[in-house]
Design a protein around this ligand. Sequence first.
Ligand code: MRU
Length: 345
Amino acid sequence: MSKLKTITMEWTGDSLILVDQRYLPLEETYVTCKNYKEVAVAIKDMIVRGAPAIGASAAFGYVLGVKEFINTENFDEKMKEVKDTLANTRPTAVNLFWALDRMEKKLNEIKNEENLIELIEKEALDIAYEDIEANKAMGRFGGELLNDGDTVLTHCNAGALATVDYGTALGVIRGARELGKDIKVYADETRPYLQGARLTVWELYKDGFDVTLISDNMAGWVMKQGKINAVVVGADRIAANGDVANKIGTYSVALLAKEHGIPFYVAAPLSTIDLNTPTGNEIPIEERSHKEVRYCHKSKMVPEEIKVYNPAFDVTPNELVTAIITEKGVVRPPYSENLKKLFEK
Ligand code: MRU
């Protein structure tokens, strides 16, 4: 019997089953990870993606590691290897490291407990269920910022599929609807990996939203035409000063929003806020395979001799961010002061 089952992941107690996001929406297939190495591959290969979803998956991977090595003499060493393997998958989303640190801390606390397996599994389940709760709280806070009849532009996929469930940016859109507001959405396709076209549009359409797909280079013109009332995006890591790392292209959208006087909101749980990283300049930006750019989905468009640059994320400077929506409330500038306060409450 599964102990957690959402659109994104299922935890059975012995395995983590992930919807394979590489093939959505045309194929709905599932990958079963039976050990921590398979979870690491799933994260690296983007079977599962999106900052909170990566964090929760890594936590379950950690549990699989504990189960595998609990009766070995060099348990501590093995668990270090488990943590490192899961951590060395994707560098930008801080939720991954946050979840692994939390799991390691828990393991150290409960080392001598008889029901260690049960307790470590509970920690991973807590991470997952807390993520859903955080998203719903962001939905309630962020939903208040949108007006009935608004059209929102979003970039990448910060929906149920990027989290354990419900979503961060799409959670805000869902939250507004739960408050009785009619919200329409424009989704950037989000080249090169097309998370917007493949995942956001699919998710919102299935959920009954009026959603329109545009290619990334249309965002400015759509804003100029007065079709967008607000931008809402997710985040992979928010630095202590409020600089926001998110999917490549987010920075351009933020600049366009500023030029057109449109509010630019970022929705992210506290697990995405990294007070140990002072500014966006210190956020490691993942560079992914040239193939993602050279190919458009499965079709090769550009020969091998052409150079390709593929940074997977960019950093939006805090001055372009109207507000950050968290599960503890809406944070406004000055971010250096106000983000810190969230952790003091
Ligand atoms: O490369 P991805 O698909 O993992 O990138 C995902 C994003 O950039 C999302 O916008 C971000 O993780 C927020 S998810 C709630």
